[in-house]
Design a protein around this ligand. Sequence first.
Ligand code: F58
Length: 842
Amino acid sequence: SVEASIPEPQRAAWKKFQANGFISQEDFEREVVRHVETTLARSMFNCDETAAYAAASLAFRDRLITEWNRTQQRQTFADGKRVYYLSLEFLMGRALDNAMLNVGLKDVAKNGLSDLGFRIEDIIDQEHDAALGNGGLGRLAACFLDSLASLNYPAWGYGLRYRYGIFKQEIVDGYQVEVPDYWLDFNPWEFPRHDVVVDIQFYGNVRKYQDEVGKQIAVWEGGEIVKAVAYDVPIPGFDTPTTNNLRLWSSKAASGEFDFQKFNSGDYESSVADQQRAETISAVLYPNDNLERGKELRLKQQYFWVAASLYDIVRRFKKTKRAWAEFPEQVAIQLNDTHPTLAVVELQRILIDLEGLEWDEAWTIVTKTFGYTNHTVLPEALEKWSVPLMQNLLPRHLQIIYEVNLYFLQSVERKFPKERELLSRVSIIEESQPKMVRMAYLAIVGSHKVNGVAELHSDLIKTTIFKDFVKIFGPDKFTNVTNGITPRRWLHQANPRLSELIASKTGGIGFLKDLNLLNELEKYVDDKEFKKEWAEIKYANKVRLAKHIKTTTGVTVNPAALFDIQVKRIHEYKRQQMNIFGVIHRYLTIKAMTPEERKKLAPRVSIFGGKAAPGYWMAKTIIHLINNVGAVVNKDKDVGDLLKVIFLEDYNVSKAEIIVPASDVSEHISTAGTEASGTSNMKFVLNGGLIIGTCDGANIEITREIGENNIFLFGNLAEDVEDLRHAHTYGSHTLDPDLVKVFEEIKKGTFGDATAFGALTGAIEDHGDYYLVSDDFHSYIQTQALVDEAYKNQDEWISKTIMSVARMGFFSSDRCINEYAESIWNVEPLSPKKETAPGLLM
Ligand code: F58
């Protein structure tokens, strides 16, 4: 049996003293006070909110780790298949509120903290976001972890423990300024595992020889070693004891602190240099979204993290003493985009070089193990690594990639003997100067399934960037799993009042685990009392955001105005520039109106938020323009409450929790065919906001679910984009007349020195308008007018939002994870038996 390995008397002692975690308010308070007085060495006389946050978090952390231990034991003894989610980004946000809600002890904590003299909201607010990601891709990984645990899947996340997450954004004189995000000063949510350390090799040479029986042996020698130290973050499921693990790797010099010989000889600088170089690997998150720049440090990060994770996974498998052929029955590894693709090569290397398997046998295991998720079709975001760079850093891996490519191209040639062009098109090595490794192609060849993240996107990758591979591998290798979001954080945590109201009408909080239960709300679309409460909650959420706006920007906004929100990374393809041009158009329209006409207009607050990649000049220019327009409009007496323009500084997960519940309308207006899915669209609708959007990404499926009367769609379709672009370049390109007026106003200097915005207008006027801002502008303005009209009929508006929420069940990340589990991973949940006494080894 499980426990038989430990002699009975010892077992009894361990059980008698086992940690069980608090359940009652009294025990919670005792834990908080103990942590204040011992762990933090403070007392009731100097316990400020920071200390109270620290103590409350440590109390919850202790509780989580108890369940974490039991979950790990249970999963080990069940001996079934595990999922490993490899992601270079996990945009987790805050942990305390989430932990309290997921273990069902928020009320206990609230009362306990109040007993000790604190308001729970203030305590929650002390926490620094864990911002180890850029945007959608990283937040998706965080939602997936929540769903995997909540659905009891045996699953681990693997990532990097960046010392600096995504930078903090400050707005100074209308410009973005980046400030480093040092978040590890105090992080109660991680457990350093100084006993889990892996040596990672870089550079060096490959020596090849034949062994006694004539087999080719390759040995990777020399180079340098860096240590990977594991830090574990417990991931509690909602309403289940299952607590999974997120393991983040931190880099450390192999030679301990620093070179004493150099130090003693007076060469202090170079004695710490090695240490610093090693620690640089996990120092900082690359702040680009949808752009890959091919820097050596980035490749180092990728290999460091992939090699440590695979070492860990393989070690765990080897403990089961199974045959290698069973590896794919025990292990499913999902590649979150191409960033972890070296894992394919690393596993092949482990199997052939270290474990002595034959190439074909190993490759079968590898391809059965991996699945690859693509998140973009933008060419500038598709990863490529220069061959010379890889040759230097990972010489053995490059050899294996060439071999994989050789066998792959041979198989293609056998299947399509007459198609020479095809071979060069699908080659993993691009014959450029220098040669490049195409990571997406490597990921496809090394996986058994490739998926896109929304229907349109999955269709697009099959017909454009991966077309040839569909022909080679057949259509079944390519599939769609439409993204989802966790309703725990994005409804229950962010919008507790709405969650409570929904619970009161759908038979309790069950909808948080089975989001289709939201359907029940359709009964209430015409229920007066219900609609009143619904509207009150939205208003209260807008008041909360208005306060945030006041304290952060100093601008007073009217909570009764229509809140129109676009928050996401700033990118030309997401078209915040079209939004701000639309705002300018609105401003000019208001200015031209008589006071009588103005009275009929619905007041609006246009709210923007989002970071620009530090090197993305055009995105920074868009932020600058938004701020300058705000500065002019917000103080214009003619306009008053009719229009306010707000740029919210430093958009992140915890701010999203305030912003998302407060929208009347949110904007998801990417050029059709460019936004793979989008996930904030789902969050806004789930919180009772309507959306204005293009026929792109998941907007299309949202429309199908909620009905086209409940969404404001506009703009050209993906199928027409190519022709339009062609026409811009080769035909005559006449700009939309309303847009021309907007440009004239900018050029007049109404919003400050016009030369600052020349690039922005020039991209549209002179450089082909790649993102079709002008083509879609008229349709956009017209649709915004429809929004104004619709908002005047509040009664109908509210019905639309209720109807929409009722039909959002599909967009739970639980549905999404179940689809991955069934169609890609072939893994089953492992339910904890609730009746088992706590502490029993299950
Ligand atoms: C996003 N990608 C997509 N990439 O743009 C979005 O449509 C989708 O909803 C989301 O993934 C989840 O599937 C994204 O966020 C990045 O930020 C990468 C970071 C690393 C460099 C390349 C882009």
